[in-house]
Write a protein that binds this ligand. Structure first.
Ligand code: UTP
Length: 292
């Protein structure tokens, strides 16, 4: 029986250059999709999967991310006094229990592997989740919950995967698949951003992971990989002699809101997933499409 997964790491130290000038002052993760900042969707997904500790790996100027989840007593008092019960519940839903939020600074954006390594002291020696907030997943069962359930069965590293068009393998960590059972693909290796002609498969890792703590030891030597960055996939690869690695073809739809078109798509998809908003939005979208 695998150890329970209680801690989640949110690497949010990136520069968000694809969203300049919006991200000149505001962290990319604080930009809203429909009605909530992007980071809140990832935190809610983690909460719904039973996560108790939330570790934000941040950089200078991103203090607003942890602040967003702290209690705002003054605002709550004002909303209560004005009888604004709905608004009050929205504020409280964005508040995490005190003592459950931890922030660690990544001094330089040296890569995702380095960002995860920065959280090692908070995580300790237990399996943990990593969520990249840019990847948003609409699903019946929260994507991370699906991974944690699979991890309880198979242990080791379990990551969310989906098939990508072969011309896009050079944007993802790609699995070298050994065998498949139902939704689980057991991998014998990983390749970071392979060109289509050398990619071992089209099964790509998206921004949800449940990892064994042995990955921290693999990250200790700070080896640079693709793009000169310290890559999480390289570190995972080097643990595979001792750890199993499974990709889970999760149930749900993933939206990459780390680029501008994907961000607009995520807004439309999440708005359409709300029945009330969908009813009003559909005729507007149809009219727009007729005009363009
Ligand atoms: P990205 O490269 O997609 O995000 O990293 P970015 O750097 O913020 O965006 P652009 O490319 O400049 O627009 C994927 C995730 O890993 C985190 C990012 O914050 C993002 O959540 N990350 C990346 C770090 O925390 N530290 C790093 O050194 C690199």
């Amino acid at each position: 029986m695998a150890q329970p997964v209680r801690k989640a790491v949110f690497p949010v130290a990136g520069l968000g250059t694809r969203f300049l000038p919006a991200t000149k002052i505001i962290p990319k993760e604080m930009i809203p999709v429909v009605d909530k900042p992007v980071i809140q969707y990832a935190v809610e997904e983690a909460l719904a999967a039973g996560i108790e500790h939330f570790i934000f790996v941040t950089s200078d100027g991103k203090e607003s991310i942890a602040a967003h989840f702290a209690e705002h007593a003054e605002l709550e008092k004002t909303l209560k006094a004005r009888g604004k019960a709905t608004e009050l519940s929205l504020v409280q839903a964005a508040t995490l229990p005190s003592g459950s939020v931890h922030t660690v600074l990544q001094p330089e954006p040296l890569g995702l592997g380095h960002a995860v390594w920065c959280a090692r002291e908070f995580v300790g020696d237990e399996p943990f989740a990593v969520l990249l907030p840019d990847d948003m997943v609409l699903s019946k069962t929260p994507c991370l919950k699906q991974l944690i359930d699979a991890h309880a069965d198979v242990g080791g590293h379990v990551v969310a995967v989906e098939d990508v068009p072969s011309e896009k393998t050079n944007r993802y960590g790609i699995l070298d698949v050994l065998s498949e059972t139902g939704r689980l693909a057991k991998a014998k290796g990983l390749v970071e951003k392979p060109a289509p002609d050398v990619a071992p498969s089209t099964l790509a890792i998206i921004g949800r992971y449940v990892l064994d703590a042995s990955v921290f030891r693999a990250l200790d030597n700070h080896t640079r990989g693709a793009g000169g960055e310290i890559q999480l996939t390289d570190a995972l690869n080097s643990t595979l002699a001792d750890q199993s690695f499974h990709g889970l073809r999760f149930e749900g739809a993933r939206y990459d809101c780390g680029n501008q078109v994907g961000f607009v798509e995520a807004n439309v998809a999440f708005a359409l997933s709300n029945p009330e908003m969908s009813e009003k939005l559909k005729p507007l979208l149809r009219a727009l499409l007729n005009h363009h």
